[in-house]
Design a protein around this ligand. Sequence first.
Ligand SMILES: Nc1ncnc2c1ncn2[C@@H]1O[C@H](COP(=O)(O)OP(=O)(O)O)[C@@H](O)[C@H]1O
Ligand SMILES: [Mg+2]
Length: 257
Amino acid sequence: MGKVISVCISKGGAGKTTTAVNLAASLAVSEKKTLLIDVDPFGSSAVALGFTPDKIKAGISEIFNFTKSIAYTIHKTDIDYLDFIPANINSIQLDEKFSKVTENRVILKNALKEARMKYDFVIIDCPPVLRGITANALTASDSILIPVKCGHLSLYAVDRLFQYLEWIREISNPYLEIEGIILTMYESNSKVTEISERELKVKYGEYMMNTIIPVSNLLNEATFFGKPLCLYRINSIGAIAYMNLACEIMEKMKKNV
Ligand SMILES: Nc1ncnc2c1ncn2[C@@H]1O[C@H](COP(=O)(O)OP(=O)(O)O)[C@@H](O)[C@H]1O
Ligand SMILES: [Mg+2]
């Protein structure tokens, strides 16, 4: 049975989508059958994978409204081992309806029961909010990967998330583990990075991933052209960093078997 990992923190621009897409792509090129699910109504993962609206036939909207089976919402991607479920919440009316149905925290977990048998990994790209849809993602997950961009309020965002995780463990998923905290858009020789990293290590040292994702404009550029970085510039530092992250996660899983 595949491992379900949510990429989550309640801060926009932290590198969630970039991490979810590039981690999923790196796992897939390592021949791990991977399903990426976008549950952020903003729908950025689709853009990062080059899915224009005309290529999207169904998505989380149908899963949460019980109108189509999950199999129908799965899209093939340019990478053989990578499948994708987009977030097709394209209107304010739909968004409103969606936030109501997601109050039921177990919809995604139930929908994934069969699908996760077919994959080695399911990666979920979360929105920057700690409610409804995120509660669904975390209830359906084995672990959470926390991307942190060093800077103003980064420690505060992690503190808040840890409180939320306690609540999720109490109400709907006692088995939820921390995959790790991954530093993104890392700038060496920056005072802000140095101070934020030090603060995080003091409080959350045991959860820090060994891999660090450096700041790299190519990640931005690849997203713009609708490709994971490993399909755009495989030998770039960003692509190698995400491959290292995938290896670290695969190694950890091997140890726990
Ligand atoms: N390592 C990186 N180096 C440079 N830019 C990055 C990096 N990671 C993400 N970005 C850019 O930062 C912005 C926010 O990233 P994104 O992954 O969309 O964050 P979130 O999903 O948390 O809102 C995007 O424009 C993205 O292309
Ligand atoms: Mg995002």
